[in-house]
Design a protein around this ligand. Structure first.
Ligand SMILES: *[C@@H]1O[C@H](CO)[C@@H](O)[C@H](O)[C@H]1NC(C)=O
Ligand SMILES: *[C@@H]1O[C@H](CO)[C@@H](O)[C@H](O)[C@H]1NC(C)=O
Ligand SMILES: *[C@@H]1O[C@H](CO)[C@@H](O)[C@H](O)[C@H]1NC(C)=O
Ligand SMILES: *[C@@H]1O[C@H](CO)[C@@H](O)[C@H](O)[C@H]1NC(C)=O
Ligand SMILES: *[C@@H]1O[C@H](CO)[C@@H](O)[C@H](O)[C@H]1NC(C)=O
Ligand SMILES: *[C@@H]1O[C@H](CO)[C@@H](O)[C@H](O)[C@H]1NC(C)=O
Ligand SMILES: *[C@@H]1O[C@H](CO)[C@@H](O)[C@H](O)[C@H]1NC(C)=O
Ligand SMILES: *[C@@H]1O[C@H](CO)[C@@H](O)[C@H](O)[C@H]1NC(C)=O
Length: 286
């Protein structure tokens, strides 16, 4: 049986360790995914990402955070209207990436894509080159450098040019790219239009640009759509805007009410705490 005072010292020490635990992950880069959409989404991440354990679901107003492996590069998008069976196989209306919950292929267009290359300097952008399925905004926080936000301020599904609209039961569920629909060199920036001088914005790409002002609306769009930051944490917002208020544990912002909104504890923290919890448990008992 431990002396009460010794137990008190041990508990104080435990408290200090717990309080400082998040600091240990200081050099890691956190990705927080926030769903401000009215619908449930299944975020899609380039497969073999090794940090989201396959797949996860975000209901409206939910958020979830993960720690990215250093030097990760890949794409993040949203799958909508998914229907998976108990074995995790099934389909999505938009953004599907293979035949199951875990992506085994790239996102099928039309799909808004957030693209990342992490390194000494992190590069990130939002691309509509493969079309648009819902608004994505990327905010870089806790980093140094320019770190401005990329992506959308509105929802192109509400004013998608009719020739490009992808519908389900009369409802526009996504907006295809002009290249995908018409397959001409002019829209695809191929052949005679295969360089930045001859590949010009079209009426279609302009309507994309008006909704997502800091995004690639066609293959050779304004290269300032790529943003840079160093050592940032990223917040990837679905159906929000570039100036979206960042989620906190006391989130009271529209469209999410506090009771529905929560910020998950980054996975790495649990990985660290679980063995510690077991160790201290036996130590206290000693
Ligand atoms: C992912 O994990 C597998 C097995 O642990 C490893 O072989 C692979 O290199 C990892 N991929 C990345 C991108 O870290
Ligand atoms: C998805 O991937 C995770 C992690 O790699 C694995 O644990 C899980 O069993 C996979 N799920 C399906 C349905 O394949
Ligand atoms: C799930 O997988 C098991 C074993 O592979 C199979 O027997 C079962 O029919 C599958 N269930 C569905 C709904 O596909
Ligand atoms: C940083 O961002 C601002 C505003 O977006 C821009 O005017 C400026 O040129 C950027 N600076 C660099 C070095 O990219
Ligand atoms: C683009 O829109 C303008 C104005 O609505 C129209 O006059 C023009 O013909 C359109 N161009 C193409 C290529 O559709
Ligand atoms: C920014 O850093 C602080 C302190 O490390 C952390 O609490 C916060 O979650 C970080 N923000 C994001 C969006 O990851
Ligand atoms: C964010 O931008 C939108 C327009 O894009 C504007 O209506 C809104 O007031 C802005 N919100 C904040 C908090 O600045
Ligand atoms: C948030 O909660 C308030 C009161 O509880 C309610 O009036 C409001 O409609 C809610 N907003 C949303 C977007 O659910």
């Amino acid at each position: 049986m431990a002396h009460p005072y010794t137990a008190f010292l041990k508990l104080t020490f435990i408290f200090i360790v717990i309080a400082s635990a998040p600091e240990l992950g200081g050099s890691k880069q956190t990705f927080t995914f926030v769903n401000y959409c009215k619908e449930t989404i299944w975020p899609g991440i380039t497969h073999n990402d090794n940090f989201t354990s396959g797949s996860f679901i975000l209901k409206p107003c939910q958020s979830q955070a993960f720690t990215a492996p250093s030097g990760w590069n890949g794409r993040i998008w949203a799958r909508t209207g998914c229907n998976f069976d108990k074995n995790g196989s099934g389909k999505c209306q938009t953004g599907g990436c293979g035949t199951g919950m875990n992506c085994s292929a790239p996102a099928s267009p039309p799909s808004t894509l957030a693209e990342f290359t992490l390194g000494e300097i992190d590069y990130y952008d939002v691309s509509l080159v493969d079309g648009f399925n819902l608004p994505i905004a990327v905010q870089a926080v806790n980093g140094t450098g320019n770190c401005s936000s990329a992506g959308c301020d509105g929802d192109l599904r509400q004013n998608c040019p009719s020739q490009l609209a992808m519908k389900d039961n009369g409802k526009v569920i996504a907006c295809r790219s002009a290249c995908d629909v018409f397959k001409t060199d002019e829209y695809c920036c191929t052949g005679q239009h295969g360089d930045p001088g001859t590949c010009l914005p079209s009426n279609y790409s302009k309507s994309f640009k008006s909704v997502c002002p800091v995004a690639y609306s066609y293959a050779y769009d304004d290269p300032t759509s790529v943003k840079t930051c160093s050592g940032a944490d990223f917040v990837v917002t679905f159906c929000g805007s570039r100036n979206q208020t960042l989620p906190t544990s006391h989130d009271n912002q529209r469209p999410c009410n506090a009771s529905k909104a929560y910020k998950a504890i980054p996975q790495s923290w649990w990985v660290l705490m679980l063995p510690l919890a077991f160790m201290f448990n036996s130590w206290i008992a000693s």
